[in-house]
Design a protein around this ligand. Structure first.
Ligand SMILES: Nc1ncnc2c1ncn2[C@@H]1O[C@H](COP(=O)(O)OP(=O)(O)OP(=O)(O)O)[C@@H](O)[C@H]1O
Length: 646
């Protein structure tokens, strides 16, 4: 699949009123429009707190200062253009309950904030005024998937059936389609459909949606589909088990949500890897989206995240999910590097994680609050931030081409102290932990990179003009929707898919950058232990990759196996039939039956062998994982020991 077909975007929402009152801390920082850093507050067994910083890199990352208009312009608008060029385009909003998915898609009517639906439709209706698209008819469908069932939101929630025809096309039988002529009509229909959605109260968000809502806008040319846009407000990604006060129905529903989100990830993964088999049938969601995820398609995945420390686990899950989707379209070398950034297997060894000492934001100790790390300029100086709701990592800029003296300076361990063989490594870790974690003011809205600031903004919503951020676009926002603009709804100079945003500079915090990793740890600490650990990690990653590949192949083999068995069963039936009709004598019948059984036996054995190989690989991976965990425990013990004797 073309690398530009999938765009992964992260959007952080601001802290909500309740969170501010509760004193929640903002633990997410977005840097250079691509990097997201989550500072997770954790606790050791001795109850001391520390911060684990997780670094992620995406196609686009938006902080709380961006509004829906900005998200639309930078991430979504290009797919509207693509739909007019006959593509099937999909925009997903993914994230935990209350992270801002609906706000992004639908906006906030009370506050007069437009969402992506309305912005897209403004552009669509502007486009169909162009001569070359005047023949296109726009129609919409709106339905939801709840507990694996489809409900038509534009027809009294009537239940629908998704059926796959002989050619593999999926049709939703009975789905109503409304022809629309203008934005107002579209919004009225959406509002009507939205009011029929399934919502149920839960502890995270009183208007929580527990279903996937799918809005499809189809561009038709004489009943033929010219292009299609699907906007999907996915159900909350958190696990059913994490939601309080849940009854059985809620739990079942939660499991269904998980299943579909996993299937979605698998489908995007399969497409990206150009696999022969894509598991669309893994869930209703992926089945109904089949035609939008194959061939000439574009996908924008918006991962919505909450900034609050109370949601750190879910936020981390969303970032990892999005990272997994995004990881697939990277070149192999980059994947290898980022494999280091992946989930769980060795929390302390995870290479996209930095551990830091936790400093209580209530602390009045000014002296500790300004530490120079030897950086040039002001970036290494950490100032007190009186704003208690913000817990942001210090931005340490390290130029990766700089020589050793420009690196993050680490404290020397006094030579008269006992040195354990593992000391070098633990010294580094300890020094890292000793870095004073301070609190910065939230970053000012960052100016867009030069090549983006020249975007020719077309004011889509004269009625919403007052809400547009001045900082976002260089053009005059009072410009009206003139006929000239209507003829040119898409900025001719800008196409996101042709001009992806490049990181303006390497951010030192991004540990996926192996030069930086080398600078921080490896060059300075060349211990045997560390080499061993590194080798173990590489072994683990290699094995992990093989296990994942084997898993994919087994699923494909299983489907093939079923097809084969069905074929043999058909032959068996035919054989019996022939015997009944006396077309075959009993001797030939027994001979053929035996042959069929042997073929079945061979196929079953072949498949069992595959499963055995998988078991072995899995076992090997577990062993390496275990060794890694032991190494981790050993290092921890050593570190504790050092702390005790110092
Ligand atoms: N970018 C934002 N700016 C301001 N407020 C926001 C933003 N994103 C979300 N909110 C607010 O946060 C609350 C939760 O957002 P929203 O309902 O969109 O969450 P959700 O992810 O759709 O949740 P669910 O899956 O339960 O429907 C709402 O009150 C919304 O107005």
């Amino acid at each position: 699949m073309d690398t530009n077909k999938i765009t992964v975007v992260i959007r952080k929402r601001p802290l909500g009123k309740k969170e501010l009152i509760r004193g929640d801390q903002d633990i997410v920082s977005v840097q250079d429009q691509q990097t997201v850093i989550l500072s997770e507050i954790k606790q050791k067994v001795d109850l001391t707190k520390f911060i684990e910083q997780h670094h992620f890199n995406f196609d686009l990352a938006f902080d709380e200062t961006i509004d829906n208009q900005g998200v639309y312009q930078l991430a979504v608008r290009p797919i509207i253009q693509a739909a007019f060029n006959k593509a099937k385009c999909t925009c997903f909003a993914y994230g935990q309950t209350g992270s801002g998915k609906t706000y992004t898609m639908l906006g906030d009517q009370d506050q007069g904030v437009p969402g992506l639906y309305v912005m897209a439709s403004h552009d669509i209706f502007a486009m169909v005024q162009k001569v070359e698209y005047q023949h296109l008819v726009i129609s919409i469908s709106f339905y939801e998937i709840y507990c694996g069932k489809l409900f038509d939101l534009l027809n009294d929630r009537s239940q629908l059936a998704a059926q796959e025809d002989a050619k593999g096309n999926v049709q939703i039988k009975g789905l109503s389609e409304k022809k629309i002529n203008n934005v107002q009509q579209l919004m009225q229909i959406i509002q009507y459909g939205q009011s029929s959605r399934i919502t149920s109260s839960n502890s995270a968000n009183s208007e929580s949606s527990r279903s996937h809502a799918i809005l499809q806008i189809t561009l038709k040319n004489n009943k033929q589909i010219h292009g299609k846009l699907s906007f999907i407000d996915l159900a909350g990604s958190e696990r059913g088990a994490d939601v309080r006060d849940q009854d059985k129905a809620t739990r079942v529903d939660g499991a269904e949500i998980n299943k579909s989100l996993l299937a979605l990830k698998e489908c995007i993964r399969a497409l990206d890897l150009n696999k022969n088999h894509t598991p669309f049938r893994g869930s209703k969601l992926t089945l109904v989206l089949k035609d939008s995820l194959i061939g000439n398609c574009r996908t924008v995945m918006i991962g919505n995240i909450s900034p609050s420390n109370a949601n750190s686990e879910h936020t981390l899950n969303t970032l990892r999910y999005a990272d997994r989707v995004k990881e697939l379209k990277k070149p192999q070398e980059q994947k290898n590097i980022d494999n280091h950034n992946r989930e769980l297997f060795l929390a302390r060894g995870e290479n996209n994680v930095i551990r830091r000492e936790y400093k209580n934001p209530d602390s009045e100790d000014e002296e500790d609050c300004s530490t120079n790390f030897g950086q040039q300029g002001s970036q290494g100086v950490y100032k007190v931030n009186n704003q208690k709701n913000v817990l942001l990592p210090p931005v340490i800029q390290v130029n990766r081409t700089q020589s050793a003296h420009n690196k993050l300076s680490l404290n020397e361990t006094p030579s008269n102290k006992y040195q354990h063989p593992l000391n070098k490594m633990s010294n580094v870790r300890q020094s890292n932990n000793n870095l004073q974690q301070q609190y910065q003011l939230p970053p000012k809205p960052q100016p867009l990179p030069q090549h983006l600031s020249s975007i020719n903004k077309v004011p889509l919503f004269p009625q919403y003009e007052n809400h547009l951020p001045d900082s976002l676009f260089s053009t005059d926002k009072t410009q009206s929707l003139s006929s000239q603009n209507l003829n040119q709804p898409f900025p001719p100079t800008y196409n996101f898919f042709q001009n992806p945003i490049l990181p303006s500079e390497i951010n030192a915090g991004y540990i996926g950058d192996d030069d930086y990793q080398d600078n921080l740890l490896l060059e300075d600490v060349d211990s045997e232990i560390q080499q061993k650990n590194k080798a173990l990690i590489n072994q683990f990653l290699e094995m992990d990759q093989r296990v994942l590949q084997e898993e994919d192949e087994i699923i494909i083999s299983h489907r093939n196996h079923i097809d084969d068995m069905v074929e043999i069963c058909k032959q068996d039936m035919g054989l019996l039939n022939s015997l009944d009709q006396k077309f075959v004598n009993s001797k030939d019948y027994f001979k053929q039956l035996k042959e069929n059984l042997l073929i079945k036996q061979n196929k079953i054995e072949e498949f069992i062998n595959k499963l055995n190989i998988y078991d072995q690989l899995f076992e090997q991976r577990s062993q390496i994982e275990c060794e890694l965990q032991n190494a981790q425990k050993y290092n921890q013990m050593n570190e504790n020991f050092n702390q005790l004797i110092q």
